[in-house]
Design a binder for this molecule. Structure first.
Ligand code: URA
Length: 260
């Protein structure tokens, strides 16, 4: 089987995307501090080559502005978060393996295209990651979706696995791991440990998230240097209460309507 990485076309695309674009940013204005992709600079000092920040189009900036605005209604938050998540999932699918595939068009001509080769599944980190399942299902018909619940163990202050339900053949699949907020990285690291215990190679996991803190990116990539991280924007930092700054608040509460 020809892998995504061995195809010359995709090697070139990957070098372009994962090499220069992946670790680059566009400073988003004098007051704002969320960072996104531009061809020249890393998203932040020491950003890993596995970090892929989406290109900062005006459309993406506009969508992110709505979901970051604290006065946005829940209906709008859900609608516009869904739109960004859809873009992220589409971006994540670029990291899956393809092979050359030629078809004949209705004009009797041949078209030298590509076909996805691998097997894929999603895994959402509960509860906020479940908000990303809809877009995944819209892009990948009848995809299998596992779930992992991780919470902080109050006695050790460490992330603890409470529940995991995964496709039985997950070791043979590429995994799109879903969690919208990468703060300290604790839950995402624990989730990848669970996947690796199930036999999924680290480089077959693609972690898709909406907003990342540099601290979380660095902790995650130090532990898993071969797992790609796809994010819409990288923010400034974490607050002492471990909220992403400027962030968007508690994603799960805003999306599922459990905030005040
Ligand atoms: N989870 C959230 O929902 N928001 C943050 O800022 C950090 C973690």
């Amino acid at each position: 089987m020809v892998s995504f990485w061995s195809l010359p076309l995709f090697g070139a695309l990957h070098r372009c995307g994962a090499g220069s674009l992946l670790t680059t940013h566009l400073q988003s204005g004098p007051e704002s501090s969320a960072r996104s992709a531009s061809p020249s600079e890393p998203a932040f000092p020491d950003a890993p080559s596995t970090l892929h920040v989406m290109k900062s189009t005006m459309q993406l900036r506009g969508l992110m502005t709505i979901i970051r605005d604290r006065s946005t209604s829940r209906a709008d938050f859900v609608f516009y978060a869904d739109r960004v998540i859809r873009l992220l999932i589409e971006e994540g699918l670029n990291f899956l393996p393809f092979r050359e595939h030629t078809v004949i068009t209705p004009t009797d001509s041949s078209y030298e295209g590509l076909a996805f080769t691998g097997r894929v599944c999603g895994v959402s980190i509960m509860r906020a990651g479940e908000a990303m399942e809809k877009a995944l299902r819209e892009c990948c018909r009848s995809i299998r979706v596992g779930k992992i619940l991780i919470q902080r163990d109050e006695s050790t202050a460490q992330p603890k696995l409470f529940y995991a339900k995964l496709p039985p053949d997950i070791a043979d699949r590429h995994v799109l791991l879903l969690d919208p907020m990468l703060a300290t990285g604790g839950s995402a690291i624990k989730a990848v440990e669970v996947l690796i215990e199930q036999g999924v190679p680290e480089d077959r996991i693609i972690f898709i998230n909406l907003v990342a803190a540099p601290e979380g990116v660095l902790a995650f990539s130090k532990r898993f240097p071969h797992t790609h991280i796809i994010t819409a924007e990288v923010d400034d930092s974490l607050s002492t209460s471990k909220h992403i700054m400027p962030g968007l608040g508690d994603f799960g509460c805003r999306y599922f309507g459990t905030d005040e």
